[in-house]
Design a protein. Structure first.
Length: 238
């Protein structure tokens, strides 16, 4: 009986070791918010329109990345007033390393360089007030597909990625100014006039663990179980 208990304990320990080995902490790091809730101007286009990923560097620093998405023939880009709005879970904070990346649109159209105008706070469409907003120069002609920044908490600490943002009074953690680009339409000059609107976030989800890591953990645990059982049988035979 005691031998069976020890064997079972050893198997559990081996399985736990396999899971810890195959599931490094970085695989679970980061939280992603999807901008899925459109205002009236954007409601005829299918979301999600972008992802906003929050990665905690340490208890007072976090990197935030806005990445635009596509749906069918449409590509969603960001720019202008309230390019990005965040509701940060901190009474006092600073934001730096703000950088925008542009995509080649094809055809005869070339975007002008993206340029940050200012940061601040304020109301965004129907999504309420945010304590941090970004305004960039121009509109679609300077729009971006990705924006990155670093936030520093000056009044406390964050315990994990999900705690960096918090819902505002209207229940939104983030919003953005979306430009709907249709690459199949005539491009160049005055022919380019994409529709525009705003979108707020949906539920936060943890970045999923890749299936390959799950299978590796299960496989390692099975090997450990088989090896331990063979070892026990060999000892019993002698």
């Amino acid at each position: 009986m005691v031998s069976s208990i020890r064997f079972a304990t050893a198997i559990v320990a081996l399985i736990c070791l396999a899971v810890v080995t195959c599931f490094p902490s970085s695989s679970r790091a980061g939280y992603t918010i999807y901008l899925t809730d459109p205002n009236a101007d954007l409601s005829s286009f299918t979301g999600p329109y972008a992802t906003i990923t929050v990665d905690l560097v340490d208890s007072t620093h976090a990197n935030v990345t806005l990445t635009s998405l596509s749906s069918g023939q449409y590509t969603y880009l960001f720019g202008g007033q309230h390019t990005l709005a965040l509701n940060l879970n901190a009474a006092f904070f600073s934001v730096g390393n703000i950088s925008g990346s542009q995509a080649g649109l094809g055809g005869n159209y070339t975007l002008d360089p993206w340029e940050l105008v200012s940061t601040g706070s304020g109301n965004v469409s129907e999504f309420g007030d945010f304590n941090f907003t970004i305004k960039s120069k121009g509109g679609f002609t300077r729009s971006i597909y990705e924006l990155t920044l670093t936030v520093t908490n000056l009044s406390g600490t964050w315990v994990d990625d999900a705690s960096v943002l918090t819902p505002n009074a209207d229940g939104y953690r983030a919003a953005g100014h979306v430009f709907v680009w249709n690459p199949t339409a005539p491009s160049g000059g005055s022919d380019v006039n994409p529709l525009t609107g705003f979108s707020g976030d949906g539920p936060v989800i943890a970045n999923p663990v890749p299936p390959s890591i799950v299978m590796a953990a299960i496989g390692t645990a099975c090997v450990c179980l088989f090896s331990a059982r063979r070892l026990r049988m060999n000892k019993s035979a002698t």
